[in-house]
Design a protein around this ligand. Structure first.
Ligand code: FAD
Ligand code: DHB
Length: 385
């Protein structure tokens, strides 16, 4: 059967569209450069908004998440030696879920017809006309062309689909915060039940978790410096930056390290003819507010709905509106991610003025119910609905 929708990238975004297409009987294929093993074990995000859970559950892939994820109703915000709990669950009526991104990827892959995801296959050329489209792929040195009605560019921040846009359609907006996050996964029980976002004079630290016996911890580090951090220095710095709100962390084996650049990027327009960009391919946010994964799934659901209307009724309004809806939602996430980044990090070039305004902002969120409500709405994602 002819492929109707060719999806590039088996991350959360591409696999969500793929699952949605299977449900409405539209034939899609996913092209993924890496192996199945690799994408199912890639450690990245872990905080899942309630809206994302709903989308996955409606697609029939939410059971494991709802069974295994920890539900969080609050977080601790810490600035120097003061801390305050943000009870976002009580404020908004909705919790967030802790479930590793690679498990979402696994659940989506398990739900798919295995023949419809081509692993170890790289998209090398993307062509889109106004009536049809095609993707040229390379599998083990053999090239072939997949003809389709639509191409979904879900190939992340460094993929082929964004590169294929004509120059006049590449307009984008960027912000580089000039620092990195060093994330570790450690074999040690979390030191608290909830996340701790902390900003100290030496910079940011985040305490998160993966289940009851693993901790996921992040530190702000100078750009490019992650490899030079010894385990000992990481633990010392975490102790310093996460106290006094927390007891000293029990050390454990560090089993994984990730470096993430704190950068924001957004395409002006994530659509060109029959190519639709979703997720990180269309926009990347700094990880500060954990929005990347959630935006990716949200874009996917929005595009899937539009494709459904097209195949069902030849109604193209949804497809025409996709780009502006996706961009608008992503800008809200960019705004909140930028605010969290400012609130929690000591950025290169910061002066005492920045320290003072950060403290004032922090105090406002903690003291003022309207500011707190707005923070909570953004954190759980309902501000984008
Ligand atoms: P991706 O998950 O990047 O998937 C894109 C897929 O396309 C990949 O599998 C890639 O192999 C494939 N691909 C690329 N090029 C091609 C090609 N030419 N042909 C075929 N396939 C191709 N977000 C948070 O919320 N919290 C975090 O802590 C966090 N940590 C992160 C750490 C790292 C190192 C990174 C890179 C991101 C992190 N993010 C985090 C962001 C979040 O993980 C992403 O927003 C999310 O993965 C986006 O999903 P996606 O499906 O759009 O893209
Ligand atoms: C996690 C990552 C984030 O960026 C965040 O804000 C919260 C949690 C995590 O990986 O657990």
């Amino acid at each position: 059967r002819k492929t109707q929708v060719c999806i590039i990238g088996a991350g959360p975004a591409g696999l969500t569209v793929h699952q949605a297409m299977a449900q409405i009987g539209v034939t899609s294929v996913v092209i993924e450069a890496r192996s199945r093993q690799y994408v199912q074990n890639r450690v990245r995000a872990g905080l899942v908004e309630p809206g994302t859970v709903r989308i996955l559950d409606d697609l029939g892939v939410g059971q494991k998440l709802l069974r295994d994820a920890a539900c969080h109703k609050g977080l601790l915000l810490q600035l120097d030696d003061t801390s305050a709990r943000v009870p976002f669950g009580d404020i908004t009526g909705e919790p967030v879920y802790m479930y590793p991104q690679q498990h979402i990827v696994r659940d989506l892959i398990s739900a798919s017809d295995p023949q419809r995801i081509l692993f170890d296959t790289e998209a090398v050329n993307v062509e889109t006309g106004s009536l049809d489209a095609a993707v040229t792929v390379n599998h083990a040195g053999r090239h072939f062309r997949v003809k389709c009605d639509f191409i979904v560019g879900a190939d992340g921040a460094h993929g082929a689909s964004r590169r294929s846009l004509p120059d006049e359609r590449k307009k984008s907006y960027e912000r580089d915060y000039g620092i990195d996050w060093l994330g570790i996964l450690a074999e040690t029980a979390p030191l608290a039940d909830e996340l701790i976002y902390s900003c100290s004079a030496r910079g940011f630290a985040l305490h998160s978790m993966r289940g009851e016996s693993q901790s996921r911890l992040y530190l702000q580090v100078p750009r490019g410096s992650s490899p030079s951090w010894t385990d000992d220095r990481i633990w010392q710095e975490l102790d310093y930056r996460l106290s006094p709100g927390a007891a000293r962390i029990r050390r454990g084996d560090i089993t994984e390290r990730t470096a993430v650049k704190l950068k924001a990027f957004q395409l002006e327009n994530p659509q060109y003819r029959r190519l639709f960009l979703i997720g990180d391919a269309a926009h990347t946010v700094p990880p500060s507010a954990a929005k990347g994964l959630n935006l990716a799934v949200e874009d996917a659901a929005c595009l899937a709905q539009a494709l459904w209307a097209w195949y069902q009724d030849h109604e193209r309004g949804g497809l025409d509106r996709y780009a502006s809806k996706a961009a608008q939602r992503a800008w809200l996430a960019q705004m909140f991610s930028a605010e969290m980044t400012r609130l929690l990090h000591v950025l290169p070039g910061d002066t005492q003025f920045d320290t003072k305004t950060r403290t004032a902002r922090w105090q406002r969120i903690v003291d003022n119910p309207i500011a707190l409500r707005d923070f909570a709405d953004h954190y759980v994602g309902i501000a984008r609905r």
